[in-house]
Design a protein around this ligand. Structure first.
Ligand code: G6P
Ligand code: ZN
Length: 541
């Protein structure tokens, strides 16, 4: 086995987005494309000699090949040990767990999350640091800078390693350890959740459906829900990870988890429904005949977390991304704990979690998590829900309705305009920013603008400032609209419009009806149709 230095030239487009480098598979298949990016990550770890690195991915098309390449490059660059999930698999939260548990310097996680996979689908590579969380902006910037000047990569010339057999193998100067991708994660869950109470719930006849969407959480959910907690076989559906996710879009929302929604709204609906995304960090929660918005889910979990062993001391604080509804803030206020508002992107929670300022956090984009890892965690959220259902003895829909009765309801929807021409989307945002100062006091349809700004965040831990994170317009009628461009798309631009309206007493109105005035005001303020040519959103969640 020899280490070879291979001359290369930079690619101009290796700039990581919200969640790492994400491109179409054919882009990653260009010769040297993966090698360059992985070497650039490695180059940004000057203290790597003798350390441990974690490698794994969500099993999508190209996963095994890129795992092999990453192992060979890592082995040529001074790491002592590289932990890799069997089959090249590690869910994103499990990767975070493993990095933390084994004191690794970081991890290379291969995933394009909820984006479709396959030869024409999406692929992604991201780097997580020592704390197990997505690399913060200065690190991703450094990686990007490195990709622009890279002149060579180092790689061990060897046969592919056997990824399907647990244990150690030598590769160059490094030891590769193939680990069970589920074991460490499942052990962590057992410390946080009352497994006895949830097992008793299942024994009592409680019925659940978990849709793994043919993505990475299948093996995790089967082991934890069916084997350890005793849920009946078949509770987990689409449990086998497939390279193309069975042709589906592994995004757990009512549109893409269609079959689950049909079942949960049917005559024989199970007691509880849930789904997770491509790499296992997102979650969807659905009560019988009632979809629980991610924003409500965060608030409900915050209100009940003390019922689970991992959170029995209470919460230090909660955080939500800016476009997430303010439901969690209301819970925080009643608990007398701080609530933080961060930009979109899980990485912004990292400092707050590391500093012990928050215990739970979440995003409207189906992400919920806690201080147990530094990623959002789909299955964990499902388990915490099961814990609260077991502890309260209430049906899931009752839990939601009781929550609204106590705190009021934040009606919420997100309208996405996908694959809009980038220039048109930028034009819309620029025009919007230009008119912000004049908006307060204006009457728009049935609403009056109270305040309008372009969200900027000052990190309370390190003082760093992140500006231009989305335009938010607050109305006097306790409603809000937020506009921002997605940072995770791979084609054109995606405009996201987040719509929200609070009511203390109208708890059972149709969401579309409650939000209609906000939708109208959003169109009038932003001119979506005029700028993009679209009169309807492509996806409403
Ligand atoms: C990823 C990130 C999340 C983020 C989401 C939506 O899942 O991990 O933190 O909320 O993308 O990002 P986008 O920029 O597409 O709205
Ligand atoms: Zn994901």
């Amino acid at each position: 086995m020899t280490v070879k230095a291979v001359a290369t030239q930079p690619f101009p487009d290796q700039k990581p987005g919200t969640s790492g480098l994400r491109k179409k598979v054919p882009v990653f298949r260009q010769p040297r494309y993966v090698e360059n990016f992985v070497q650039a990550i490695v180059d940004c770890l000057p203290d790597r000699a003798g350390t441990t690195l974690v490698v794994g991915g969500d099993g999508r098309f190209l996963n095994r090949e890129v795992v092999q390449t990453t192992l060979k490059i890592a082995a040529a660059n001074g790491f002592a040990r590289i932990l890799v999930g069997r089959g090249g698999l590690l869910s994103t939260p499990a990767a975070s767990c493993v990095i933390r548990k084994y004191g690794a310097i970081g991890g290379v996680v291969l995933s394009a999350s909820h984006n479709p996979g396959g030869p024409e689908g999406d692929f992604g590579i991201k780097f997580n640091g020592r704390n197990g969380g997505p690399a913060p902006e200065p690190v991703t910037e450094a990686i990007f800078s490195r990709t622009k000047v890279i002149g060579e990569y180092r790689i061990v010339e060897a046969d592919d390693i056997d990824l399907d057999t647990l244990g150690d193998v030598r590769l160059g100067e490094a030891t590769i350890t193939v680990i069970d991708p589920v074991a460490d994660y499942a052990a962590l869950m057992e410390t946080l959740i009352d497994f006895d109470a949830v097992a008793a719930l299942f024994r009592s006849g409680f019925r659940m459906r978990f849709d793994a969407m043919s993505a990475v959480t299948g093996p995790y959910a089967v082991e934890i829900l069916e084997r350890r907690l005793g849920a009946p076989a078949g509770t987990v559906i689409n449990a086998e990870p497939l390279p193309d996710f069975g042709g589906h879009h592994p995004d757990p929302n009512p549109v893409h988890a269609h079959d689950l929604m049909v079942e949960m709204t049917g005559p024989d609906a199970p007691d509880f429904g849930a789904a997770s995304d491509g790499d296992g960090d997102r979650n969807m929660i659905v009560a019988p005949h009632l979809f629980v918005t991610p924003s409500d889910s965060l608030a409900i979990l915050a209100a009940h977390a003390h019922l689970a062993p991992g959170y029995k001391e209470g919460l230090a604080g909660v955080a939500r991304s800016m476009p997430t509804s303010r439901a969690a803030d209301r819970v925080a206020a009643s608990l007398g704990i701080p609530a933080f508002e961060t930009p979109t992107g899980w990485k912004f929670f990292g400092n707050l979690l590391d500093a012990g300022r928050i215990t739970l956090c979440g995003e409207e984009s189906a992400g919920t998590g806690s201080n147990h890892v530094r990623e959002k965690d789909g299955l964990w959220a499902v388990l915490l829900w099961l814990n609260l259902l077991a502890a309260t003895g209430k049906p899931a829909d009752q839990v939601v309705r009781d929550h609204w009765a106590r705190f009021g309801r934040d009606y919420y929807a997100r309208h996405d305009y996908e694959e809009v021409e980038s220039a048109a989307a930028e034009g819309l945002m620029t025009a919007l920013r230009d008119k912000l100062a004049g908006l307060p006091g204006q009457r728009i349809g049935d609403l009056t603008v109270e305040a309008a700004d372009d969200f900027a965040y000052t990190d309370p831990v390190d003082g760093s400032v992140t500006a231009r994170q989305g335009v938010r317009i607050l109305f006097r009628e306790d409603a809000r609209v937020v506009f921002r461009l997605s940072g995770t798309g791979t084609v054109g631009a995606t405009l996201r419009v987040y719509l929200e309206r609070f009511s203390k007493d109208r708890l059972d109105a149709p969401t579309a009806e409650m939000l209609a005035p906000v939708v109208a005001a959003a169109e009038e303020i932003a001119g979506i149709a005029r700028h993009t040519g679209r009169t309807e959103p492509s996806v409403v969640t």
